[in-house]
Design a protein around this ligand. Structure first.
Ligand SMILES: NC(=O)c1ccc[n+]([C@@H]2O[C@H](COP(=O)([O-])OP(=O)(O)OC[C@H]3O[C@@H](n4cnc5c(N)ncnc54)[C@H](O)[C@@H]3O)[C@@H](O)[C@H]2O)c1
Length: 374
């Protein structure tokens, strides 16, 4: 193995000759100092991005066809221009999405394909949304481990090698039964009991490690459960809070898979997407941390149903508990302390429970009026 030994020697020399090694950012691309066959050219260090490029980002969104990606692309395209935001996924996009702006196939497990996309499109910001969520992950641990952990490693290396600003969302699911639950601060014990949670703690720690070790501009928000009207959730424990609106409109009946008193932090999608843009645009010197909790409201199924019944008194809610989801929910925060985000970069939510319910109902109302007119 003489080649490996030579590479090993070179890597050691690079590491030893780097000033302040271990606490200063290294100025070499990550996979350049590894023995991976997936090597990049020597000019691909993270210092290659100029300021003008970061002022006008060229954005790639992975896992963009899920609950959050299409809305994020729409918002970012308004701000940075349609062609500066590329959506990607492994699924076939509906034609409305395909025709609304650039879409590209990208499997985050395919490192070379990812690198090609970043290079060919001169990407400067990467929003990494691909993941298997909590309930789906528990049903398929091997795939969740692969997508959420191996996939993240590819993303981190690509971002470090090409000087990208990287956003990776984390979740309330990154906490566990031994974390303080009401409220849950940014820094506390994190011992989640799902593969989803474990993979997200891993993402937080790896992103922060790459930030300190290689200077990667890693930014991470722990999202609460996200509620949206025009996109469906992807198999998480907070899905009921979206499904209740669809079922209420369709049949005035809803069967909830969590106990009526299960309190969880939640947020309307517009707040979530705006927070994502705000933290991505926050000046570096305002960020005292790289992973922040963000929150808007906290409610139980019973409280959500009561708020809905103020406008739809005919709504009937019954409960048929899904024990896997209930166990997950019982280990998650009931309330999120997001005071650091509010202090550092001015995070402020717009939607509380009454505004959320009103906005969701307005959306479905407008939709049914449009359907009636057609
Ligand atoms: N939606 C929420 O309530 C919520 C809450 C907290 C955190 N988050 C995080 O936000 C991100 C986006 O969430 P979402 O609700 O849109 O998720 P989602 O499950 O709806 O979508 C995830 C997308 O990832 C894609 N994907 C799966 N495997 C892939 C692969 N190998 N390569 C590329 N893409 C792949 C899927 O096709 C899917 O479109 C996730 O990382 C999630 O953990 C979401």
């Amino acid at each position: 193995m003489p080649v490996i030994r030579t590479l090993s020697k070179v890597a050691k020399q690079i590491l030893l000759s780097t000033p302040g090694c271990g606490c200063q950012p290294l100025t070499v691309a990550v996979r350049n100092i590894s023995f991976s066959p997936r090597q990049v050219t020597s000019d691909a260090s993270f210092h290659s991005v100029s300021f003008s490029e970061t002022d006008h980002p060229k954005v790639l969104i992975t896992g963009g066809l899920g609950q959050l990606g299409v809305g994020l692309a729409k918002m970012l395209r308004k701000r940075f221009g349609k062609n500066n935001v590329i959506l990607s996924d492994i699924r076939k996009p509906p034609s409305s999405v395909f025709h609304s702006g650039p879409f590209i196939y990208s499997d985050i497990l395919d490192y070379k394909n990812l690198r090609e996309i970043v290079v060919n499109n001169r990407i400067t910001w990467l929003v990494h949304y691909s993941a298997l969520l909590s309930a789906v992950g528990e049903a398929n641990v091997a795939l969740a481990r692969s997508v959420n952990i191996t996939g993240l490693h590819n993303i981190l290396d690509i971002a470090a090698e090409h000087g990208l600003r990287l956003f990776v969302p984390s979740t309330i699911g990154a906490f566990g039964p031994t974390s303080p639950r009401n409220p849950t601060p940014d820094l506390c014990v994190q011992r989640p009991r799902t593969i989803y949670g474990v993979s997200k703690v891993h993402a937080e720690l790896m992103g922060e490690y790459y930030h300190h070790r290689y200077g990667l501009d890693f930014r991470c928000l722990r999202y609460p459960g996200i509620i949206s009207a025009d996109s469906m959730p992807g198999g998480g424990t907070t899905d009921y809070a979206v499904q209740i609106f669809h079922d209420a409109i369709k049949s005035s009946k809803f069967q909830c898979n969590l106990r009526p008193d299960t309190r969880l932090p939640m947020m309307y999608i517009d707040d979530c997407l705006r927070a994502t843009l705000e933290v991505m645009e926050a000046p570096v010197d305002t960020l005292t941390m790289r992973t922040y909790n963000i929150n808007a409201m906290s409610f139980s199924p019973e409280e959500l149903a009561q708020e809905l019944q103020k406008q739809m008194p005919e709504l009937e809610v019954t409960y048929d508990i899904d024990h896997v989801r209930q166990a997950i929910a019982d280990s998650w925060p009931m309330n999120f302390d997001d005071s650091n985000a509010r202090r550092d970069w001015g995070w402020k939510h717009d939607y509380d429970l009454p505004e959320l319910v009103q906005t969701m109902l307005n959306f479905f109302d407008a939709e049914s009026r449009m359907a009636g007119a057609n």
